[in-house]
Design a protein around this ligand. Sequence first.
Ligand code: GDP
Length: 317
Amino acid sequence: MSEAMKLTGKSIYVAGHAGMVGSAIVRRLSSEECQILKTTRAELDLRDQGNVNAWMAKHRPDVVVVAAAKVGGILANNTQPAEFLYDNLMIETNLVRAAHEVGVEKLLFLGSSCIYPKLAAQPMAEDALLTGALEPTNEWYAIAKIAGIKLCQAYRRQYGCEFISAMPTNMYGQNDNFDLATSHVLPALLVKVHQAKMTHKSTIEVWGSGAPLREFMHADDCADALVFLIENYSGESHINVGTGEEVSIRELAETICDVVGFDGDLTFDRTKPDGTPRKLMDSGRLRSMGWSPRIKLREGIEATYRWYLDNQRIIRS
Ligand code: GDP
């Protein structure tokens, strides 16, 4: 940890500000007196190096958050390996290099818990990185994110840049992707259970065996942790951002049924992949810096379901 950085008066570019994490960071930053730079995909294609260089040279942010990424659930990752690897590599390399070129004061790069080996000891501490083979269903995304961490470290070592990385666990919340073909499990089950309730079905289908264990964090909690890291952390190691609590996919499905008010049965489609058996992060370093999560899983699911009901017309599903 170095001296705290104050965000007051800074201009901040949150790449990916329309997405779930990016929009949560922007909401969180609204309570700081800083200027948030926004752009549209039409104005700035983050995969285009010339476009990124020109935009950064024109706007010269003080702080950059790399929350933009091509993301998706287990099926999307497994079926679009080219885009998951190429788009993510391009987005991060363009942003990190341009940030260095224009002298950005601090950059926060976001990854995810899938960077760790498939069979890493649990809970997974930061130093488990690159100690074993990756989970094959999301290795494309993971390889890109590992390259992003290394790129921040390389610019820090070679040029002394204040570039840091955070690895959030599985996130959920408003502005999530609710499209069943590409979403992660929590929004997918919310949609499936809601639709089953509305159409008076007696069962809902859960992919895989229901046995895998996952850790879930509300995007607002995550955003709070990320702003905390921008203000308080400086170091080469990436930092895990999680709740420390895990549930099985079956337990998650049961909680969602309860929140939505659906009393049908669960069926398990074992032709779909389980993915990694367990993915719990050790977030001890973040805790020891003085940050802890506030939103309990059930409470977060309730809030997300309310948001989904209020915004069904404008979201993809
Ligand atoms: P992962 O954490 O990278 O494996 O990604 P997901 O969030 O997509 O999947 C987590 C676990 O939930 C896997 O074991 C999936 O098979 C399981 N799962 C159960 N039902 C669904 C569903 O409807 N959609 C998705 N994406 N996963 C599901």
